[in-house]
Each structure stands twice: as structure tokens, then as C-alpha cells.
Design a binder for this molecule. Structure first.
Ligand SMILES: [Cu+2]
Length: 134
């Protein structure tokens, strides 16, 4: 094989491996990002406290992952549609451990702004969401 063709072949192989590496990096970045499972708005209940129900599922997601609320007390009810236990922690407040078919609730008063919540059991799986308080 002429020398310039060998060089081209090697360069092609290097480019192919770079592209493959680029692809796998993008995939793992996508897997790390919190999954958007939709937006829910807290609704004021009969007791005057706004409430939102959040479900932890078997794919290690919170549904909804984006919650909108007004300033003031907010009751978060965590349910579980799967079998793997989850909890929900926000601003130092934490629900109990919720197994399949169970529920646990906390009432928090959040300052206006963005408040992330997580499942402390599955932080490595980026089981998380956000409450936007306005
Ligand atoms: Cu979890």
C-alpha cells in the first residue's frame, strides 16, 4: 500500500474511534441528566394548605419532576408506583421511606426561588426534581 494511503487509513481509524468515544460520552451525559417527567402545580386544599402529590416510580424518577407552587406552606405527598422504596428530601426536610403502595408526606415552607428535591437512596441514579416557588 502506498504510504499516503496508509496514513489516510490510520487517520480514518483514529477518527472513527474519536467519534465512538464522543457518542458514548453523550449517552452517559444524557443518562446523568434528571429526567423531565412533566410539570405539576400545587393546589390549595380544603385546609388552606397547597398540596402536590409526587410519585416515585420503578425507573427511579419523580412524577412530576417539576413542581410549581406559591410562597407559603406546601404539603408534598410522596407515593410509590413501584416496589423499590423511595423518599423525598427538600431543604433539609425528608419524608419517611415509602414502599410500593405506601405514602408519606411533609409540609415545608419554601422561600421564593428554585428548590431541588432528591431521593436520598438514589442520588447516584439522579432521582431528583425541582420546586419553583413564586
Ligand atoms: Cu428512590
Amino acid at each position: 500500500m502506498p504510504r499516503h494511503l496508509q496514513t489516510t487509513a490510520v487517520a480514518g481509524l483514529m477518527l472513527a474511534s474519536l467519534l465512538a468515544a464522543g457518542c458514548s460520552n453523550r449517552e452517559s451525559a444524557a443518562a446523568r441528566a434528571p429526567v423531565n417527567t412533566g410539570t405539576g402545580t400545587a393546589v390549595v386544599g380544603a385546609d388552606g394548605v397547597q398540596q402536590i402529590v409526587v410519585t416515585g416510580d420503578e425507573q427511579f424518577r419523580f412524577v412530576p419532576s417539576n413542581i410549581r407552587a406559591m410562597a407559603g406552606p406546601l404539603r408534598i405527598v410522596l407515593t410509590n408506583s413501584g416496589g423499590t422504596p423511595h423518599n423525598l428530601r427538600i431543604d433539609g426536610h425528608e419524608t419517611g421511606l415509602v414502599g410500593g403502595g405506601e405514602k408519606s408526606q411533609i409540609t415545608v415552607t419554601l422561600a421564593p426561588g428554585r428548590h431541588e428535591f432528591i431521593c436520598t437512596l438514589h442520588t447516584r441514579l439522579h432521582m431528583m426534581g425541582v420546586v419553583i416557588v413564586s
